[in-house]
Design a protein. Sequence first.
Length: 96
Amino acid sequence: MSEDKKRKEAIALRYDPESGGAPQITAKGQGHIAERIMNRAEEADVPVQEDATLVELLSELNINEQIPEELYQVVAEVFAFIYQSDQELKQRNKDV
C-alpha cells in the first residue's frame, strides 16, 4: 500500500486532563491536509495511531468539538498507546 493511501485522512485530538472535559478534535483533513497534520505530529514527536475506523467516526465531528461518550473507550485506548509510547521514548533517552 502506498504512503498516500495510508494517510488519506488524519484527525488530531487534544486532551487536557485539568479541564475535566472530553478529548476534542483539533485538526482534521484529507489528502494534502492530512499529510500536513501527520508531518506536524512527526516534527513534534507526537505518537501517531493509525485506525481507519476511528478516523471515519471522528471525521463526522467538527474542529473543537468534544468526542461523544460512545467513543470514550476507543479514544482512551489511543491515549493509552500514546502514553506508553511516550514512556518508552523517555526510557530510551535515559539509556543513551
